[in-house]
Design a protein around this ligand. Structure first.
Ligand code: FMN
Ligand code: SF4
Length: 678
């Protein structure tokens, strides 16, 4: 361990970083009233306690009012931020973790109908595809004001005792000045590269005047926009040198690409199924040429890749950001030689996609992340050992088993299939989503280490459960595809699970009717489209894939935007009949009483999931609580004590899709918050 490249300190000017692992800036949208309060602090402290070297807090903390908090950012333009940041910083410093913050002005990457309803501002009127606001073109008085705003915000962070700041310059105001694509100004702030960089250096000089030499200042920037007419790699190298030569910055944090569209953002921050560490070599080239402290992070999910990044000298500090959302204790586990216990980031990008929908960043399979004030990352042992029977080894059942195992209970899992995983296993049939199995495999490994017994090929009956003499029974049997529309003619249609599992081969002319808007439909569509079949994806919603968020949709579109695939939103499948060798599908809509037709050879339907919970209802009368959950106790984290039937019956609970169709995160959260108090 002592020689582990990742655990070597790094000297950044006067600041000694105790190891090479950092979380790069990421706004998890946890602020309350724009301030990093208790939860925000707890989130960072959990990672600091486990030994993280550097945490770059916030992400896009706003330096000005006309950079409104489009994803619940920290409002660094308010003086009241200082005490909150001081508390957070002091608490992380106690554990030896350095604390910085990313400051920015979003420029056009925001909306005018947020915050104070000020117009977005940018060096051109061109709007950004993702956020859609047409910005005002920046004027001289804006520039003066904004330089001061940056300096004021930096001074606040200095006053709060942080170790440093970084300025964001990829897709935000700063590099909107740099890029010819977003800067249509004439001199002195538009035109040649000198002019386009003028704003940045004026900001940096103003910041230095306020915070002095001893405060760390860096820039996180794109070194190559990878867009026709945009900043090239050679521009990026030029900018990197100028940043170093200015003597105003202490580190470079290199990004590659552009984030103005969902596909662009997804290439900068790759998700599951995309290559690992795609920009590491690029960052390494800048590090080698410029010879200056360099940070980088982009889909470095595993310790081996992070170690390589440092050992090879490509970069000085390596970001494992989503990896630390999935497992806050990575550094401790490395130090203790327990790397194989690290909960893997499976690249599901539930975390990041949620913030663009106005939600807080939650990890698909660590329900304690972002809930540090109420959910434990380390499960305490129970005072009393109990016998727990869990029915179903999908994500909910396995999380329940893991947590019950950590509590020290004797745990038996009864699974009807020959393998664990439930719907996650089905999802992972697609090569591109294979990483999802990390959710299951990690839990299986933990369950094994904790002595949880899993019995496969057991269709649990009431007698099987009684035979275990349980104190508590948790039904996590999941669900199956909903087929409750008799008018559709279910004997003539197949469902998305039939296609995903490979039980039914795709037809040649296929209508896929997607009423749920979830991954199952798009995954089935990918399989069908890949055969060359003519595929029409129809949904009654006003947009297709309503439940698949921005970055997750990108790989689907990349495989489905082909000549044999069409999308038809706002239409509804009414019925299906056989007509000789063909199927005749009748189509209507929720808007008009239509009577359209399609002649095809296969109809694939996706109505979502309905609970499969017979065993729960059979067990209910034998249980002490009649299956009842006291929601008040569940929410505040007290043990369940409901008694509906006196006697010595067991407690009975139902979690995950066996209750109602939701998603993997909800299933895992159901399990964690119930079983942590069992
Ligand atoms: C929830 C979330 C919010 C993010 N917000 C920002 C941000 O405000 N500024 C920024 O530079 N990067 C942001 N990022 C990107 C991360 O800093 C990082 O570049 C990205 O997650 C790729 O690194 P990783 O694969 O180690 O997670 C965000 C990432 C996440 C997951
Ligand atoms: S949601 Fe997915 S990408 Fe985000 S931290 Fe969790 S596992 Fe990683």
């Amino acid at each position: 361990m002592a020689n582990d490249p990742l655990l070597q300190p790094f000297q950044l000017k006067h600041l000694s970083l105790k190891n090479r692992l950092m979380m790069t800036a990421h706004e998890p949208a946890y602020p309350e009233d724009g301030m990093p309060k208790e939860l925000y602090r707890a989130y960072h402290v959990e990672r600091a306690k486990a030994g993280l070297g550097l945490t770059m807090t916030a992400g896009s903390a706003a330096v000005a009012k006309d950079s409104p908090p489009v994803f619940n950012n920290i409002l660094a333009y308010k003086d009241e931020v200082v005490p909150w940041m001081r508390e957070l910083t002091d608490a992380c410093h106690e554990h030896g973790t350095a604390v910085m913050i990313q400051l920015t002005h979003l420029g056009r990457r925001t909306r005018w109908d947020k915050g104070d309803w000020l117009p977005a501002v940018s060096p051109s009127h061109r709007r950004e595809a993702s956020h859609r606001a047409f910005p005002k073109q920046v004027e001289d008085w804006d520039i003066e004001r904004l330089i001061k705003d940056y300096a004021d915000a930096a001074e606040r962070m200095h006053a709060a005792g942080l170790d440093g700041i970084e300025l964001q310059a990829y897709g935000h105001l700063m590099d909107q000045f740099w890029s010819p694509l977003t800067n249509t100004l004439e001199g002195p702030y538009g035109g040649d590269l000198d002019n386009r960089l003028r704003f940045t250096f004026e900001v940096l000089r103003a910041i230095r005047q306020r915070v002095g030499e001893a405060f760390i200042v860096g820039v996180r920037y794109t070194g190559d926009e990878m867009l026709p007419g945009g900043l090239t790699a050679s521009d990026g190298m030029d900018i990197s040198r100028r940043l170093k030569d200015s003597g105003l910055v202490d580190f470079l944090n290199v990004v590659r690409g552009h984030i103005d569209t969902d596909p662009g953002l997804t290439d900068v921050i790759p998700i599951q199924g995309m290559p690992s560490a795609p920009h590491l070599d690029f960052a390494g080239e800048i590090r080698r040429e410029v010879d200056f402290p360099t940070f980088h992070g982009a889909k470095i999910q595993d310790v081996a890749t992070a170690r390589y990044a440092i050992a090879s000298g490509k970069v000085d500090m390596i970001g494992m950001t989503r990896a630390h959302m999935a497992d806050p204790h990575i550094v401790r586990k490395i130090m203790e030689g327990r790397e194989e216990e690290i909960r893997p980031c499976v690249g599901a990008n539930y975390c990041l996609d949620r913030i663009y929908q106005g939600g807080a960043a939650y990890c698909i399979h660590n329900a304690a992340t972002g809930r540090e004030t109420t959910m434990p990352h380390t499960i305490p042992k129970a005072a009393q050992k109990r016998r727990v029977v869990i029915i179903g080894a999908g994500p909910a059942g396995l999380e329940a088993a893991r947590v019950a195992g950590e509590r020290g209970h004797a745990v038996v899992v009864l699974e009807a299939a020959s393998d664990a995983g439930g719907q996650v296993r089905l999802t992972a049939q697609s090569e591109r989503r294979r990483e999802m199995m990390g959710i299951i495999d990690w839990r299986l490994a933990r369950c094994e280490a904790l002595g949880v017994e899993i019995r496969y090929n057991v269709w649990a009956e009431v007698e099987d459960v009684f035979a275990e003499k349980p104190d508590a029974v948790i039904v996590a049997t999941g669900g199956y595809p909903l087929e409750d529309r008799p008018e559709v003619g279910h004997d003539l249609v197949v469902n998305t699970w039939d296609i995903l599992s490979g039980h039914v081969p795709p037809g040649k002319q296929v209508l896929l009717f997607d009423d749920a808007g979830d991954h199952a439909a798009m995954q089935a569509a990918e399989i069908i489209a890949a055969t060359g079949a003519q595929l029409e994806i129809m949904t009654p919603d006003r947009t297709f894939s309503a439940e698949i968020m921005a970055m997750n949709l990108v790989p689907y579109m990349r495989s489905l935007q082909r000549p044999n695939v069409t999308f038809t939103p706002t239409y509804r499948l009414k019925s299906v009949q056989r007509d000789d060798s063909e199927l005749l599908a009748k189509i209507t809509s929720d808007y008009l009483d239509l009577d359209h037709e399609r002649r095809i050879d296969q109809v694939v339907v996706n109505y979502g999931i309905t609970p499969m919970a017979d065993i729960y209802f059979e067990l209910k009368p034998h249980s002490r609580n009649g299956g009842e959950v006291n929601y008040e106790d569940l929410i505040v984290g007290r043990p369940q004590t409901v008694i509906r039937h006196a006697g010595d019956g067991f407690q009975l609970f139902r979690i995950g899709d066996a209750v109602a169709s939701r998603n993997t995160h909800a299933a895992i959260y159901d399990a964690l918050r119930l079983v942590k108090d069992l």
